[in-house]
Design a protein around this ligand. Structure first.
Ligand SMILES: Nc1ncnc2c1ncn2[C@@H]1O[C@H](COP(=O)(O)OP(=O)(O)OP(=O)(O)O)[C@@H](O)[C@H]1O
Ligand SMILES: [Mg+2]
Length: 42
Protein backbone atom coordinates (compact mmCIF):
# COMPACT_ATOMS: atom_id res chain seq x y z
CA UNK A 1 0.00 0.00 0.00
CA UNK A 2 1.49 3.31 -1.11
CA UNK A 3 1.17 6.78 0.33
CA UNK A 4 -1.42 6.24 3.08
CA UNK A 5 0.88 6.29 6.10
CA UNK A 6 -0.99 9.10 7.85
CA UNK A 7 -4.45 7.67 7.21
CA UNK A 8 -3.34 4.18 8.22
CA UNK A 9 -1.72 5.46 11.43
CA UNK A 10 -4.88 7.41 12.28
CA UNK A 11 -7.04 4.31 11.82
CA UNK A 12 -4.73 2.19 13.97
CA UNK A 13 -4.99 4.77 16.73
CA UNK A 14 -8.77 4.55 16.53
CA UNK A 15 -8.55 0.75 16.89
CA UNK A 16 -6.29 1.18 19.90
CA UNK A 17 -8.92 3.48 21.43
CA UNK A 18 -11.60 0.91 20.69
CA UNK A 19 -9.62 -1.86 22.38
CA UNK A 20 -9.20 0.46 25.38
CA UNK A 21 -12.99 0.74 25.62
CA UNK A 22 -13.48 4.04 23.80
CA UNK A 23 -15.89 3.32 20.97
CA UNK A 24 -15.11 4.89 17.65
CA UNK A 25 -16.94 5.82 14.48
CA UNK A 26 -14.81 6.62 11.42
CA UNK A 27 -16.08 7.98 8.12
CA UNK A 28 -13.85 7.35 5.11
CA UNK A 29 -14.85 9.66 2.28
CA UNK A 30 -13.24 9.94 -1.15
CA UNK A 31 -13.64 9.78 -4.89
CA UNK A 32 -14.45 6.43 -6.52
CA UNK A 33 -11.39 4.22 -6.69
CA UNK A 34 -9.22 6.38 -4.45
CA UNK A 35 -8.59 3.49 -2.03
CA UNK A 36 -11.23 3.55 0.70
CA UNK A 37 -11.88 -0.21 0.72
CA UNK A 38 -8.17 -0.99 0.46
CA UNK A 39 -7.41 1.17 3.48
CA UNK A 40 -10.03 -0.60 5.58
CA UNK A 41 -8.89 -4.07 4.50
CA UNK A 42 -5.25 -3.24 5.30
N1 LIG B 1 -2.61 3.32 -1.30
C1 LIG B 1 -2.68 2.42 -2.29
N2 LIG B 1 -1.56 1.86 -2.80
C2 LIG B 1 -1.65 0.96 -3.80
N3 LIG B 1 -2.80 0.54 -4.36
C3 LIG B 1 -3.93 1.06 -3.90
C4 LIG B 1 -3.94 2.03 -2.84
N4 LIG B 1 -5.22 2.40 -2.58
C5 LIG B 1 -5.96 1.68 -3.44
N5 LIG B 1 -5.20 0.87 -4.22
C6 LIG B 1 -5.72 -0.02 -5.24
O1 LIG B 1 -6.56 0.73 -6.11
C7 LIG B 1 -7.72 -0.01 -6.44
C8 LIG B 1 -8.98 0.74 -5.99
O2 LIG B 1 -9.00 0.83 -4.56
P1 LIG B 1 -10.35 0.62 -3.72
O3 LIG B 1 -11.18 -0.47 -4.30
O4 LIG B 1 -9.94 0.49 -2.29
O5 LIG B 1 -11.07 2.02 -3.97
P2 LIG B 1 -12.44 2.56 -3.35
O6 LIG B 1 -12.17 3.98 -2.94
O7 LIG B 1 -12.94 1.63 -2.30
O8 LIG B 1 -13.38 2.54 -4.63
P3 LIG B 1 -15.00 2.59 -4.68
O9 LIG B 1 -15.37 4.03 -4.45
O10 LIG B 1 -15.30 2.19 -6.10
O11 LIG B 1 -15.52 1.66 -3.64
C9 LIG B 1 -7.56 -1.38 -5.78
O12 LIG B 1 -6.98 -2.27 -6.71
C10 LIG B 1 -6.61 -1.11 -4.65
O13 LIG B 1 -5.87 -2.25 -4.25
MG1 LIG C 1 -14.81 0.56 -2.12
Amino acid sequence: MIGREKEFADLKERVDDLLAGRGQIVSIIGEAGVGKSRLVSE
